[in-house]
Design a protein around this ligand. Structure first.
Ligand SMILES: [Zn+2]
Length: 272
């Protein structure tokens, strides 16, 4: 997991027809949901009545394209590159329909419905992280601070999941080789790793392949004397390759930086 910055990159989605055509569709739909809730709040609170959300809107082509660009096609949680093999999900950090906690998986309605179309609540995630592991789970440090409807301030909440934009995941999650682990005993790191199963074997295997490749490249770079003829091996090419591997678009960047950040930076500095 690495920090994501979406500030100032929200796409405009205007209503295409009718009297409202120049109005922001995301805000308009959010206002409708709020009005619906006020008209029948007890039934929405009990779950008897449920909101209908428009996936064509929160996962609108423009929103998806913007998230893919900002996140370099990588999952906001596991950092796997999604777009080469799948469409990817538009994930709601705060669940829109219903929420559950770690200790009690019972459904709590109505969810964070007023954030269903909120750009700040949307990220690109892989299907496994989103649909299999995170689902409706949204634990907090202090349940009494839970925002139960739009009159509460979500900034009073302290989520146990690492928010990919507000918190730097590198302060809470680190790696020993390809093994993922909470940094300095971070509870948020631990809950995020365990709940999303960021230890899963498939991720470990992917990370381990990259770990082994970088480890070999660094060893190769150090072994090659500066005097070696360029037709044998170009030291500068190995350096460039390593430089590309700590660029934001590279998969498992937190793992790479945790293990090799200093070594690669030192090698890059040798070129200047
Ligand atoms: Zn993922």
């Amino acid at each position: 997991m690495i920090k994501i910055n979406k500030t100032g990159k929200r796409p405009d989605i205007l209503v295409s027809r009718g009297a409202d055509k120049d109005k922001d569709k995301l805000l308009l739909e959010t206002e409708k949901l709020k009005t619906e809730y006020l008209s029948d709040s007890s039934n929405y609170n009990s779950g008897k009545k449920k909101f209908e959300f428009d996936s064509d809107l929160y996962a609108h082509d423009k929103i998806k394209a913007a998230l893919i660009k900002i996140q370099h096609g990588k999952c906001c949680f596991c950092e796997s590159r999604i777009t080469h093999v799948a469409y990817g999900d538009v994930e709601h950090f705060r669940p829109k329909k219903v929420w559950t906690t770690l200790s009690n998986r019972k459904y709590n309605y109505p969810g964070y419905y007023w954030l269903a179309y909120d750009w700040n609540n949307l990220f690109l995630a892989c299907q496994l992280c989103n649909q299999r592991f995170k689902r409706n789970l949204f634990p907090l440090v202090d349940e009494s601070k839970r925002a139960l409807n739009p009159t509460y301030d979500i900034n009073d909440e302290e989520p146990l999941f690492i928010h990919p934009e507000k918190i730097d995941p590198e302060l809470h999650i680190t790696f020993d080789g390809a093994f993922i682990t909470p940094k300095n005993g971070s509870l948020k790191g631990e809950v995020t790793i365990k709940s999303l199963d960021l230890e899963r074997i498939e991720l470990y295997e992917n990370r381990n392949e990259i770990y082994a490749l970088i480890d070999s490249l660094i060893k190769l770079y150090r072994l090659v004397p500066d005097t070696v003829p360029e037709n044998v091996i170009k030291k500068s090419e190995v350096r460039e390759k390593l430089k590309r591997m700590i660029a934001p678009q590279y998969q498992y960047l937190n793992m790479i930086k945790s293990n090799f950040g200093d070594d690669i930076q030192k090698i890059i500095n040798e070129s200047v």
